[in-house]
Design a protein around this ligand. Sequence first.
Ligand code: RRO
Length: 313
Amino acid sequence: MNMPVDMSTTLGNAWFPTPIFTASGCASSGKELSQFFPLKDVGAIVTKSVMSKPRHGRPTPRMAETPSGMLNSIGLQGPGIDSFLANDVPWLLEQKARVVVSIAGETIEEYATLARKLRSVSGISAVEVNISCPNVENRGLVFACDPDASRRVIDGVRKTIGGELPIIAKLSPDVTNLPEIARGVVDAGADALALINTVLGMVINVDTMKPHLGGKTGGLSGPAIKPVAVRAIYQVHAALPEVPILGMGGVSSGRDAFELILAGASAVSVGTASFGNPSALVKIQEELREILSAKGFATLKQAVGYAHREENA
Ligand code: RRO
């Protein structure tokens, strides 16, 4: 018989019964997935990054298949924060799901406005501050590519939202010195880090000889980026071992989730895999439980960052 495993985890002061979460943007606010499993059965629902106003997103086509991956160019389509808070959050709380609200802005002030609106909302577990959306008009607007801009966004959110709600800063792997950016946002008040957003990529249709995506470039996700995620999580956990990481990037099995945990993730989001199998989160959660038990871990926490231990011995 398998040994029972305590799968619970924490990100800042937020507690979750299991470490498997949805990935922002891949399950909207969870309504479709709720047809396949009760949302309260997974660790948390991380909602699609929401902005202050409703938004149509980028021109179509917005998706492209690539070898072992998928390219998206959604461009922050969404209902805007007021509709989201009136409709999506109450529905998720009715499902007894744990909710991580992801926010995105074009300016530091927009992030602060969003934080102000979230401050009075009860029942949410944490806020993910997405400073790394690749699908913006101007790469200069990708805050997570610039240490100073990253810090200023997180500082503004922290000052506005108060001390209670944990802040998870979502970073981009498309930078030279990821630990430097990570350290900056933690100093500015982030309690945890989400690693990684999609990797900037592009597909050209060789029949039409033009860029395939309406937005030309897009974010690469799926199995192709798992080694990038493992590297990013490992590097940041080595530099900041006390800072919890919500890991994501190409996870489609319990073994993949375990790999990110060994690198240093305290929780793992599943995104692209849910498009092929809407029950992927539940499958991955059970596989992870079995692997942890088979490896002799009584708690998930004992496995977090395990791959670093030999180095330090
Ligand atoms: O909406 C998007 O196009 C998008 C976002 Br906000 C993000 O953070 N990452 C991504 O791959 N796409």
